[in-house]
Design a protein around this ligand. Structure first.
Ligand SMILES: *[C@@H]1O[C@H](CO)[C@@H](O)[C@H](O)[C@H]1NC(C)=O
Ligand SMILES: [Cu+2]
Length: 331
């Protein structure tokens, strides 16, 4: 009974995903200073976790989608809070239905928002929250850092070494740019985790370093509407605000607190914290169904194993386009 179920389940999931026309990814776990925190299974809010889990592996593709903050329907707070300290090393393990994360072009960025001191982040509503950037990585000598995760490696960052103590939500984001050449083609993946940071740091962003999410990006930002294949060595312009100056030891200000009125702001569109979550593979609230752009992501990687050669990159993109038009290959 059980073994059979286990054998059939992945198939069912795959079929559901094929029907949905997408297969992308989510955060399976994070580790903070060596302690691992498992995320809830995709599409659930339990078991208890520090990660606000998304309910679909599909990306957000609109820069004005409220799901840009924490990923699709991850607005429901998680139950747990991770203890952390300034300077802690954090690993973020992005996974996919294929196992490891499989997109390989585009930046990864990390933001924090302060949940305030009156209640823990497990009660914090991120709609209308103000965020500041603490980290971003694009290409390094080996290529896009995102591609390092294709072998199962986590994204890695450190909390600012002088970060003021307090309650924070960490937002880790991948922007997958394989379709970034067309407006609306960039795929945004975000994941929020609830932290309580101790220590005696005083570092905080200045008011001009704070952004709302959505609100921080435009669909035509040079780091979002961009052809990453034609000129692979072109300098990449990260979207969003600069990294807060205090992160590298610059000036600091009193810790910013989200104004009380921001939580549950009526400007939030279609979703609310109390809304029941759909089962795995359920419809994406971002209406990405019309863009089956990444159905062939895994396939193209299998077919074209050569990497980091510009010519191969160009042909990968062509394959991406060709394959996504062939229903035969949508599996
Ligand atoms: C890990 O961090 C190093 C240093 O910032 C960076 O070069 C590398 O690309 C990162 N890897 C990932 C997958 O984030
Ligand atoms: Cu994808």
């Amino acid at each position: 009974m059980k073994p059979l179920l286990y054998r059939v389940l992945p198939l069912l999931v795959a079929l559901t995903l094929a029907a949905q026309g997408a297969a992308h990814g989510w955060v399976g776990s994070i580790s903070i200073a060596g302690t691992t925190y498992q995320g809830p299974p995709l599409g659930t809010s339990g078991p208890s976790s520090v990660i606000r889990q998304v309910n679909t592996n599909s990306p957000v593709t609109s820069v004005s989608d409220p799901n840009l903050a924490c990923g699709p329907n991850a607005l429901e707070p998680a139950q747990d809070i991770a203890s952390a300290n300034p300077g802690d090393a954090i690993d973020v393990y992005w996974v996919s239905t294929a196992g490891a994360w499989f997109h390989d072009v585009g930046p990864m960025l990390t933001y924090l928002t302060n949940c305030g001191s009156s209640s823990p982040c497990s009660q914090f509503d991120t709609s209308g929250a103000i965020w500041f950037k603490i980290q971003q990585v694009g290409r390094n000598a080996a290529g896009w850092a995102q591609a390092e995760m294709n072998n199962g490696a986590p994204a890695n960052l450190s909390l600012p070494s002088n970060l003021a103590a307090g309650n924070y939500i960490m937002r880790h984001e991948i922007i997958a740019l394989q379709n970034g050449v067309s407006q609306g083609g960039a795929e945004f993946y975000a994941s929020c985790s609830q932290l309580q940071v101790g220590g005696s740091g005083t570092g905080a962003p200045t008011s001009d370093e704070l952004v709302k999410i959505p609100g921080a990006y435009s669909a035509t930002d040079p780091g979002i509407l961009v052809d990453v294949y034609s000129n692979p060595n072109a300098a990449y312009t990260f979207p969003g605000p600069p990294i807060a100056a205090f992160v590298s030891g610059g000036g600091s200000a009193p810790p910013p607190t989200n104004p009380p009125g921001t939580s549950g702001s009526p400007s939030r569109p279609t979703t609310s914290p109390g809304q029941p979550m759909s089962p795995p593979g359920g419809g994406s609230p971002t209406s990405t169904g019309s863009r089956p752009s990444s159905t062939s992501c895994r396939l193209q990687r299998t077919i074209l194993s050569s990497r980091s050669v510009p010519a191969a990159a160009t042909s990968r993109r062509r394959w991406h386009r060709v394959l996504q038009d062939l229903p035969l290959f949508r599996k």
